[in-house]
Design a protein around this ligand. Structure first.
Ligand SMILES: Cc1ncc(COP(=O)(O)O)c(C=O)c1O
Length: 384
């Protein structure tokens, strides 16, 4: 231990988050596989993957980063080219920066994640949000997209430089009709990014089949990897722009500042990849969807209402209701968090009782049953 008192709070820190059941939408898809946990230790030293690097991260043959980036990943995400980035937001920014000029417009769905908006702001773009339908559906429709693109045309004299669709969104887990929206963007001559941060690595996903020109994915959110790490997909038509090399440093791609994920981040993504491929097969995903629907029904049976797509098609769900809120008025707003923690259930944010989102990915029916029993017991205990 350091003799310096001001340093004593640093060093190894144990994590006390309950981990028997994790329902946190930010975390369920990023839980490491046993292989990734081993890789974390093995490759944890800084630039570990650079042992045999000749100057380009994606060309490293040992470990097999080249095969991962140029063969397995493009086929997995269904795009012509792939790169590993430092996160979905970095992928989105790289695409926006390469494809647009400051002052251009981007149209994105009203359910877009803040990181899409901030990436656009960093690229100095004007953002037009496509309105969602009212509660409780919060859907993004092709008609609303068309109207937003028309508005940009009228306002700026030309179509937006880019469009973005969040698929699914991170609030309600809604899966919009991506094919209809990408077709429509193309009818206006607008290339479109699919932000698949909650899709790639969780569910069957092929960017080209959805009509995407670009895709962004998140390793720490949905690919059982230790972040920050993400993926970017681009089709041939725009590859030269997005993957442009530096005129002075011939083997460094400009939008990625030469190199992105290096060390434990990419190696945990690679370590989990076989398991991630397995869990995204249609038969595995169907089970996940069926578990999510079962959980949604159970929650509705205790008085919570699931918002968004119904029946639901994704593990991320948003619930609203007063059953726990009413109890919080007699106790305090942290009672639900405390009671769940007591049973080692993590994922509903401390203090939330009236509205919260959660994810059932990988939890399994048995543990979901345990969560439901616990919630019912809590209601009984306080409402008695
Ligand atoms: C829909 C969506 N997109 C993107 C992100 C950001 O992903 P990353 O951390 O990989 O940049 C999030 C994170 O919560 C998200 O919910």
């Amino acid at each position: 231990m350091s003799q310096d008192l001001s340093l004593q709070k640093f060093g190894f820190i144990k994590r006390d988050t309950p981990r028997t059941v994790n329902l946190d939408p930010l975390q369920t898809g990023g839980l490491l596989t046993p292989e990734a946990r081993e890789a974390l230790l093995e490759w944890g030293d800084g630039y570990s993957v650079c042992d045999y690097c000749g100057g380009m991260l994606d060309q490293i043959k040992t470990p097999p980063i080249f095969d991962f980036v140029h063969k397995s990943l493009p086929s997995f995400i269904g795009m012509d080219h792939a790169r590993v980035t430092n996160g979905a937001r970095e992928s989105k920014f790289a695409i926006m920066h390469a494809m647009t000029s400051p002052g251009d417009w981007i149209v994105m769905d009203g359910n877009a994640h803040y990181s899409s908006i901030v990436a656009a702001q960093r690229a100095r773009l004007n953002v037009k949000l496509v309105p969602k339908t009212p509660a409780p559906d919060y859907k993004i429709t092709p008609e609303a997209y068309a109207a937003a693109i028309e508005e940009v045309k009228q306002q700026s004299g030309k179509p937006p430089a880019l469009a973005l669709l969040t698929y699914p969104d991170g609030s309600y887990g809604n899966l919009a009709d991506a094919k209809a929206i990408t077709n429509l963007a193309h009818d206006f001559g607008v290339p479109i990014i699919i932000n698949g941060a909650y899709a790639i690595g969780r569910m069957p996903f092929k960017g080209k089949d959805l009509g995407a020109d670009f895709v962004a994915g998140s390793g720490h959110k949905s690919m059982a990897a230790s972040g920050p790490v993400g993926v970017l997909g681009v089709n041939e038509q725009y590859a030269a722009k997005v993957l442009q090399k530096s005129p002075t440093h011939k083997n460094k791609e400009i939008e990625f500042l030469g190199c992105t994920a290096r060390g434990a981040t990419i190696m945990t993504m690679i370590a989990s990849f076989p398991a991630v491929v397995e869990r995204t097969k249609p038969e595995s995903w169907e089970k996940e969807v069926s578990n999510a629907r079962w959980f949604s029904e159970q929650m509705e049976s205790i008085g919570m209402k699931q918002l968004g797509d119904k029946p639901h098609n994704h593990d991320l769900m948003f619930f609203e209701g007063t059953v726990f809120y009413d109890i919080s008025q007699k106790t305090d707003r942290y009672f639900l968090y405390r009671e769940l923690k007591e049973k080692s259930i993590h994922g509903i944010k401390p203090g939330l009782t009236k509205n919260f989102k959660l994810s059932t990915l990988g939890v399994g029916r048995e543990k979901l049953g345990f969560v439901m029993d616990t919630l019912k017991d809590i209601i009984k205990k306080y409402d008695g």
